[in-house]
Design a binder for this molecule. Structure first.
Ligand code: FAD
Ligand code: EGU
Length: 470
């Protein structure tokens, strides 16, 4: 079948966009392209998850924050998704002795949402389908595609193969992208993939007497250096607990009794809440899952194909940003489509130019946080660092913005957030304290007079520095 048009004067009305992958980013992208008036064909290897009973896949719930919400808003989906999300205003840090300490994410309106992955995916697929120009093709697994002709080969559920052509291919087929395989054969294509030594396992904490077993409006965290557990609330009053641990350690726990022993040592407060029997059983239900970080560039191949979401950048989940970044990809692409009048030959290179530095920055940040958390983050250190960050921000709201705040609650470009963070860190350590009258924020390259720190601010810096150096 050839859906493509060769008429260069053709408008979006008759151009066909093939979105490969009907996951979170693919389904959202379908909405974006349909809204612009393109004929959209989504190809997803799985069956329709809206009909399937069991959905296997990664993580049950996710933290949705500002970037993701802004992207949903643009296609009118924000309210639908937010209404089914559970606000998390603070983290709840669980110490080994059972003490719980809340640390707010920010001011009153600054919260993140725990959303159900399957529901989010279903809502986005249904939203895409409301456009008469969108067709969802399930049980279509991309096997290969030709960079010369643009023809894609799909394997259908009945075993038959199907050839399809489109004007634009949007690769949203996840961390192990089949679309990306053809990029690897191109000259000057950069690619790196790193598995971290940790795996993760999901456990369900049931309700107690029909109520949440822990306070619901929190992201619960048990920081234990090498080991870490996180719990996000679900609408059915359960919590999904995610245990992060090196694969070596997973191998050391092979019997039910060893599971209890392990939890007794590191997460004792959760045993009665998950239930010892359920714990012994659920721990072995699925093997620990691997986590991979993938970086590449460019994200496009001529005017024919572009990668978005995990296909372009899989990040380790230690910033809660993978989906948010993927959703922001769609938003940024859409902005560039506006700027460059939907001319793919201009839009695709511009998208790569603008987006690669930001996606690489969030991939690096997530990896950095993984290394930091596993090396020395116990509950005391976590509380201390967040306390210092938040206090500095409270005293000087415009001068010091914590990194997670820029990442989670703003659309400051990821790479700008990193620059700013490096600058703030220098100041915190006292290296820039004597630069009165020079630039306040050194990442602005153009020479301009920025205001200097006031005497009061300088004094506070010094005090903060003393606290940090303890
Ligand atoms: P995917 O969700 O992987 O979707 C890809 C789709 O493509 C799938 O439906 C797949 O079936 C389909 N597909 C694959 N191959 C083919 C093929 N050959 N042909 C056709 N279709 C194909 N992100 C956050 O923002 N917040 C969080 O709190 C968060 N927590 C996480 C926790 C864990 C443990 C993990 C592992 C990740 C977490 N993430 C989080 C990241 C998030 O899960 C991903 O970034 C997000 O799912 C990426 O969406 P995607 O659509 O690009 O890829
Ligand atoms: C991991 C797995 C706390 C969902 C990073 C914070 C995460 C999430 C943090 C998962 C942490 C870590 C941040 C958010 C979020 C924190 C964040 C991590 C959601 C720096 C479903 N992380 N996550 N940072 O600040 O910015 O609370 O599986 F433990 S949300 Cl690792 Cl904000």
């Amino acid at each position: 079948m050839d859906y493509s048009t060769n008429d260069s004067k053709s408008t979006s009305k008759n151009k066909v966009v093939a979105v490969v992958g009907g996951g979170l980013v693919g389904a959202l992208n379908a909405c974006y392209f349909a809204k612009r008036g393109f004929q959209v064909e989504v190809f997803e290897s799985r069956e329709d998850i809206r009909e399937a009973k069991i959905v296997k896949g990664r993580s049950i719930n996710l933290a949705l924050s500002h970037r993701g919400r802004q992207a949903l808003k643009q296609v009118g989906m924000e309210d639908t998704i937010v209404s089914k999300g559970i606000p998390m205003h603070s983290r709840m840090i669980h110490s080994l002795n059972g003490t719980q300490s809340p640390i707010p994410y920010g001011k009153k309106g600054q919260y993140i949402l725990s959303v159900d992955r399957a529901n989010l995916n279903k809502e986005l697929l249904s939203a895409a389908e409301t456009y008469s120009t969108t067709k969802l093709n399930f049980a279509h697994k991309l096997l290969n595609w030709s960079t010369e002709t643009g023809a894609m080969t799909f394997l259908r559920a009945d075993g038959a193969k199907e050839e399809i052509q489109a004007d634009l291919i949007v690769g949203c087929d996840g961390a192990f992208s089949a679309i990306r395989k053809q990029f690897l054969r191109q000259s000057r294509f950069n690619f790196s993939q790193t598995y971290i030594p940790h795996g993760y396992l999901e456990l369900t904490m049931p309700p107690i007497n029909g109520e949440f077993a822990m306070k619901p409006n929190y992201l619960h965290i048990w920081p234990r250096n090498t080991f870490m557990m996180i719990a996000l609330p679900n609408l059915d009053k359960t919590f999904t607990c995610t245990l992060f641990m090196p694969f070596d350690e997973f191998e050391n726990v092979t019997t039910g009794d060893q599971v209890i022993e392990f939890f007794q040592k590191y997460f004792p407060d959760t045993i009665p809440l998950i239930g010892a029997d359920a714990l012994k059983r659920d721990y072995f239900r699925l093997p620990a899952q691997a986590m991979v970080s993938v970086k590449c560039s460019p994200y496009h191949l001529s005017d024919k194909c572009v990668l978005m979401g995990d296909a372009a950048h899989a990040v380790v989940p230690f910033y809660g940003q993978g989906m948010n970044a993927g959703f922001e990809d769609c938003l940024v692409f859409n902005e560039i489509m506006d700027q460059l009048n939907e001319d793919f030959s201009a839009v695709l290179p511009e998208y790569t130019r603008v987006r690669v530095p930001d996606d690489h920055a969030i991939a690096d940040l997530a990896m950095y946080n993984y290394v930091e958390m596993r090396s020395h983050v116990n509950s005391k250190w976590f509380l201390f660092r967040k306390y210092v960050d938040n206090t500095l921000h409270m005293i000087m709201p415009r001068t010091v913005i914590p990194l997670y705040t820029m990442v989670t609650f703003t659309r400051i470009r990821y790479h700008e957030a990193v620059k700013r963070w490096h600058w703030q860190d220098k100041v915190r350590k006292g290296e820039l304290i004597l630069t009165r009258g020079t630039q306040r924020f050194s990442s602005c390259n153009q020479k301009r007079r920025c205001s200097s720190l006031s005497d009061k601010e300088m004094l506070i810096w010094w005090l903060a520095m003393m606290i940090c150096r303890g």
